[in-house]
Design a protein around this ligand. Structure first.
Ligand code: FDA
Ligand code: NAD
Length: 428
């Protein structure tokens, strides 16, 4: 028998942002009925954990340890929390259809969930699959986005201690998973086509410090035009290696496990033709409302106006998931004090290192220091400091970074270049 249920607010997607919607709505308006519909089998959690202590710690981080909102400094929202708050969370429930006019979701089982006041789209993003690469479907090829994938990858890395593991991609997943696999004791090679690691954010100068660190940890870096052209299997359909290609020259690289992190795409498919799209995501205004009235989009799937530049942007980062969730709830409740005003913030942790970035990585950059004593960079655009990167750093440094990225002070590049340490660079 198909069921229909109705709530004031419904969230499509039960990931990182959804957990923060529950936090904000329960805090601000506990009597507003809320339902979260998600296909994962677990309650909303802090997804960044999956590529960090989840993979290498002993014992590994596991749910319920990192349910939202622990990463944002809130209480841990476990099953008892949702029950106490009266929030209905439908787990393991795939939404297959959406009517944005009536704000109605249809699930794979044929049930319907209706949002009376607001539907919030929080479907996140999915790893790009190398479906055209021969061998993609072999046993031993992994992507990493959801808890279940993390559990499978953990087992695979444990079983590959001392054995070769190939990580395809030199971005966030590539760097974090390669570090985790090396920590577990695998023989890791990274393959990526870019001139250096993390080309989305790092300058060649920043990257060179991490590349040396990775090499010193025994990770082999195969980059600069190198592509994984084929994944090779044995007679049982299990991965045995990859074919790497550069300038037409092919090399076989052995691997027991292949982890692919070559970017993500926003999960917008259910909304094609139903709402306006931009830059690969659902276009929203400063209230995070889409072109359909009462339908909001938050987190990785939303393309929103970045108040500090006026441009439209999509951010695949957890702080944006947290803040868009809070802002959408404020907009829905009529309690918002203005348009969404986000300060871009990215971070990562690998081995015993941890970096942060605030602002925009545009213009020229000045870098000083090293990974041991503190490494920092400041980006200067049109005579103003617009972005700042720091490895390590104290809470006071973080406060200084935020102030710099927010206020964009006029700076003298000569003075920045004269700095001899990360602390001096921030002070300059
Ligand atoms: P999120 O992906 O969290 O949630 C979307 C949910 O919607 C998923 O549970 C999905 O199953 C569900 N869904 C999608 N379609 C559905 C459908 N049709 N029906 C039902 N459910 C559906 N960021 C950062 O700033 N620092 C970091 O260190 C990291 N680390 C990190 C590690 C790893 C492994 C990943 C994959 C990502 C990160 N990130 C990160 C990025 C960060 O996790 C990301 O920005 C947030 O999870 C985005 O939150 P959302 O809720 O938008 O998507
Ligand atoms: P990414 O965009 O950070 O990096 C993709 C990398 O793959 C780039 O180096 C790119 O050049 C390379 N690449 C592209 N095509 C390739 C190919 N055919 N062969 C080899 N390399 C190729 O994306 P990601 O690392 O896959 O991360 C996926 C998502 O997870 C993103 O949303 C990211 O923000 C998120 N994430 C974030 C963090 C963090 O913020 N610390 C950590 C993990 C994951």
């Amino acid at each position: 028998m198909m069921a229909t249920s109705t709530y004031k607010v419904v969230v499509l997607g039960g990931g990182n942002a959804a957990g923060y919607v529950a936090k904000s709505l329960v805090e601000a308006s506990p009597d507003t009925s809320l339902c979260i519909v998600g296909r994962e089998e677990v309650l909303p959690y802090e997804r960044p954990a999956l590529s960090k202590a989840f993979l290498f710690a002993d014992p590994p981080a596991r749910l319920p340890g990192f349910h939202t909102s622990v990463g944002g400094g809130g209480v841990r929202q476990d099953a008892a929390w949702y029950a106490d708050a009266g929030v209905d969370v439908k787990l393991s429930t795939e939404v297959t259809g959406v009517d944005v006019t009536t704000k109605t979701l249809t699930t794979a089982a044929g049930d319907t969930v209706v949002a009376e006041d607001a539907l919030i789209i929080a479907t996140g993003a999915a790893p790009i699959a190398l479906t055209k690469t021969p061998g993609w479907g072999l046993d031993g090829v992994y992507t990493l986005r959801e808890n279940a994938e993390g559990l499978r990858l953990y087992d695979a890395l444990q079983a590959a201690k001392g054995e070769p593991v190939v990580v395809v991609g030199g971005g966030y997943i590539g760097m974090e998973v390669a570090a985790a696999a090396a920590t577990v004791g695998c023989q890791v090679k990274m393959i990526y086509p870019d001139k250096h690691m993390m080309p989305r954010l790092f300058t060649p100068e920043i990257a060179s410090h991490y590349e040396k660190y990775y090499t010193d940890k025994g990770i082999e870096l195969l980059y600069d035009g190198r592509l994984c052209e084929e994944i090779l299997g044995d007679d049982e359909g299990k991965v045995r290696g990859v074919v790497m290609c550069k300038d037409g020259e092919k090399t076989e690289v052995a691997a027991k496990v292949v982890v692919v992190g070559v970017g993500a795409r926003a999960n917008t498919q259910l909304f094609d033709g139903a709402v306006e799209m931009e830059a690969g995501g659902i276009k929203v205004n400063g209230s995070l409302e889409s072109s359909a009235a009462g339908v909001y989009a938050i987190g990785d799937v939303a393309t929103f106006p970045l108040a500090m530049t006026g441009g439209m942007t999509r951010m695949e980062h957890v702080q944006n998931a947290r803040e868009t969730a809070a802002h959408a709830v404020a907009s829905i409740l009529g309690k918002s004090s203005g348009d969404y005003d986000y300060l871009p913030y990215f971070y990562s942790r690998v081995f015993d290192l941890g970096w942060k970035f605030y602002g925009r990585n545009e213009g020229t950059s000045v870098t000083v220091g090293n990974l041991k004593d503190g490494l920092a960079s400041v980006w200067v655009d049109d005579g103003k400091a617009v972005g700042v990167f720091m490895e390590g750093g104290s809470d006071a440094d973080t406060a200084a970074m935020v102030a710099l990225a927010r206020n964009c002070p006029a700076v003298d590049v000569g003075a920045l270049k004269a700095a001899t340490s990360a602390a001096e660079l921030l002070a300059a």
